[in-house]
Design a binder for this molecule. Structure first.
Ligand code: HEC
Length: 125
């Protein structure tokens, strides 16, 4: 009888331990693959990221790399931080990646948008 009780208690403890091992995954919304054609807009999709991540706090109008809405495109292209159709060669893509070391980073979803924009030719659209 005692052994049964002990077994019961052990089973209950085991169940509690297992139940407490909950993992919390932070699932970011990942945009679906882009439909064919130009779909990612620099002004509508990319520029807002620079404000959302406060890139403009350190890259304001007075800076060499100016990520404010009106100047971002000219600044990125004149500093050669983007290579059309080649995100892996584009510093504006790989420098602030989520697993990188830059002061501010893109979320995964944002990095995918930037990747799409570059894949689609990095246009000032
Ligand atoms: C806390 C300040 C700070 C924030 C926030 C910040 N940066 Fe920077 N960034 C710097 C500094 C300082 C440098 C130059 C030194 C270096 O390369 O790390 C730099 C360099 C860069 C470069 C390389 C420029 C070049 O000419 O080689 C890129 C690209 C860049 N930042 C993009 C971003 C983006 C995009 C964001 C937002 C996701 C961002 N940064 C947020 C401070 C910041």
């Amino acid at each position: 009888m005692n052994k049964l009780l002990l077994n019961g208690i052990l089973m209950a403890l085991f169940a509690i331990i297992i139940a407490s091992c909950q993992y919390k995954f932070i699932v970011e919304p990942i945009p679906p693959p882009p439909p064919p054609g130009d779909t990612t807009s620099f002004s509508l999709d990319i520029v807002p990221i620079f404000a959302e991540q406060n890139c403009t706090g350190c890259h304001p109008s007075s800076a060499n790399l100016d990520l404010t809405a009106d100047k971002a495109y000219n600044s990125i292209t004149s500093l050669e931080l983007v290579v059309a159709e080649d995100p892996s060669a584009s510093k504006i893509y790989y420098y602030p990646l989520p697993d990188g070391n830059h002061f501010a980073k893109y979320t995964t979803a944002q990095s995918i948008l930037i990747q799409y924009w570059i894949d689609e030719g990095a246009k000032n659209n």
